[in-house]
Design a protein around this ligand. Structure first.
Ligand SMILES: [Zn+2]
Length: 94
């Protein structure tokens, strides 16, 4: 999380991607260790448009920023392709 003049500026796509990844990781057929999950998340986050929100420091970020159906599908698709790439080349021995 970044701080700027006492305000938090944060990319809510991170939360959204972590949450989705956690909920579908078991169905992806790839390794589910923390390393691979982090690699998948990083790949996805590099390929989606970030959505930054600003708020008072400490204030809770509402995740209400509902994603429309297209963005949802888009993220799911990217998670699936990321998992296929990571499956081929995990950062550890099989
Ligand atoms: Zn792994």
């Amino acid at each position: 999380m970044q701080e700027y003049n006492g305000q938090d500026v944060r990319n809510i796509m991170e939360d959204i991607v972590y949450e989705k990844l956690d909920s579908i990781i078991d169905s992806l057929g790839c390794c589910t260790c923390d390393k691979c999950k982090a690699d998948i998340a990083a790949y996805v986050l590099n390929h989606v448009t970030p959505r930054y929100v600003a708020s008072e420091k400490g204030e809770l970020f509402s995740k209400v920023q509902e994603l429309n159906q297209n963005s949802n599908t888009e993220i799911l698709r990217k998670i699936v392709s990321a998992s296929e790439i990571i499956k081929e080349r995990p950062r550890h021995d099989q």
